[in-house]
Structures are given as structure tokens and as C-alpha cells.
Design a protein around this ligand. Structure first.
Ligand SMILES: Nc1ncnc2c1ncn2[C@@H]1O[C@H](COP(=O)(O)OP(=O)(O)OP(=O)(O)O)[C@@H](O)[C@H]1O
Length: 200
């Protein structure tokens, strides 16, 4: 197997900035600058973003006659359906914990760097580690509760206290933990994340 060469898997509470940092990272890989050796060597089409929630939402939308694009976007539609979607996915995961991880990876094109934006459970990490071993680097993003509130987070029962949000709270084996409260934080975080990426 030629690719992937590295898989960066991201976890964090709602509105901690998972999508924000992953999108920034993708841009950095796509638009190399002269300031960073890693980026100089990479450039166009070396990296892809994966979301475990994508196949989950695709099947949920199909089976419940919902608008997939709306479900994939970051607006109120997703929040309205989040609770029922979580319940539905729990039942499926009970039978096969890696089902959505595998479905997300099956769609990836032949690129060396995979960025998985939404790891939510120990079983997700287990599946990635068992499937891809040392290529997997796990990153936990944190942000203060007040910052998350400013970004639109509102505590929602059966969402914020559900396993999809809390299962990794006590996970201790992160390759990297970063905070993302400010743009300065995000710059520092991106720098540290890039250090995990080998040169080719
Ligand atoms: N460092 C930052 N500086 C400025 N804005 C940020 C930063 N990090 C995140 N944001 C903004 O905060 C909001 C929430 O971020 P994001 O969608 O990435 O969170 P998330 O962890 O993916 O949330 P969810 O789990 O709900 O999808 C977005 O509008 C994003 O642009």
C-alpha cells in the first residue's frame, strides 16, 4: 500500500474548532509557503479531509428522507436532527463499531495525508490504530467553555452529555493536545500539528 503515509485524527468538544483547524491545515498543505519545509515538499493534492459523520449522515438522510447538504452544513438543520441521528447511529455502531470509519476511508483517493476531522469514540481510535497502526496520530483540541459559547455552543441535553460528545473525555493517549481559544492558539496548534507530519 503506497498511501496513506500519515493519518491525523482530530477530536474535540462541540465548537472547539475541529473543522476550523482541519480546514486551515488542508489549506496549508495545498498552498505551500517558503517558510515551512513540510509545506514546500507537499503542495497540491497531497491531502484530503475525511469526516466519519459524512457516511453516517448520508445513510441517515437517505433512510429518513432528509436533505444531505443541509445535514452536512454547520447550520441549525444539523442541530435539529443531531439528537435522533446520534441515537440511530448508536444502534448501528453497537453491531459494528468501525462501520462509519471504514465507510469514510473507503472513499479516500490516493493521497499521502489524511485528516479525519471528527473522531468521537475510543472505538474510532481503536479502529484506526488497528487498521493503520503507527500511521495514525491522534490530536485532541480543547477550547474554554466561554469561548465555545461565543462560537454558538449551547448545552443540549442528550447531545452534550451523550457518548458521542463525552466518550473521549477520559482518553489519555493523545499524540498531541492543543488548545484553540484564539487565533494565536490556532497558529501554535497548527505549528505543532505540522511537526507530526514526516517529510517525504
Ligand atoms: N481559532 C479560531 N479563531 C476564530 N474562529 C474560530 C477559531 N476556531 C473556531 N472558530 C470558529 O468557531 C466556530 C466553531 O468552529 P468549528 O465549526 O470548527 O467547531 P467544531 O469543533 O467543528 O464544532 P462541531 O462539533 O459543532 O461541528 C466556527 O464558526 C469557526 O469558524
Amino acid at each position: 500500500m503506497e498511501n496513506p503515509k500519515i493519518i491525523l485524527v482530530f477530536s474535540g468538544k462541540r465548537k472547539s474548532g475541529k473543522d476550523y483547524l482541519c480546514e486551515k491545515l488542508k489549506c496549508m498543505f495545498k498552498n505551500p509557503t517558503r517558510n515551512n519545509k513540510v509545506q514546500i515538499k507537499l503542495g497540491e493534492d497531497k491531502c484530503c479531509l475525511l469526516r466519519i459523520s459524512e457516511p453516517l449522515k448520508r445513510v441517515y438522510a437517505r433512510d429518513h428522507n432528509l436533505d444531505l447538504e443541509e445535514l452536512l452544513s454547520d447550520g441549525p438543520y444539523k442541530e435539529i436532527h443531531r439528537h435522533n441521528m446520534i441515537k440511530w447511529s448508536e444502534e448501528i455502531r453497537e453491531k459494528d463499531p468501525g462501520i462509519f470509519c471504514k465507510a469514510a476511508c473507503d472513499k479516500v483517493s490516493d493521497v499521502p495525508i489524511w485528516i479525519v476531522c471528527d473522531i468521537r469514540r475510543k472505538t474510532d481510535i481503536k479502529w484506526f490504530k488497528e487498521t493503520y497502526g503507527e500511521l495514525v496520530k491522534s490530536i485532541r483540541i480543547s477550547a474554554d467553555i466561554e469561548v465555545r459559547k461565543d462560537r454558538g455552543w449551547i448545552f443540549t441535553k442528550d447531545v452534550d452529555d451523550a457518548p458521542s460528545e463525552c466518550n473521549l473525555d477520559d482518553f489519555e493517549y493523545w499524540d498531541l493536545q492543543v488548545s484553540n481559544n484564539s487565533s494565536e492558539d490556532s497558529q501554535n496548534a497548527l505549528k505543532k500539528i505540522l511537526e507530526l507530519v514526516p517529510e517525504y
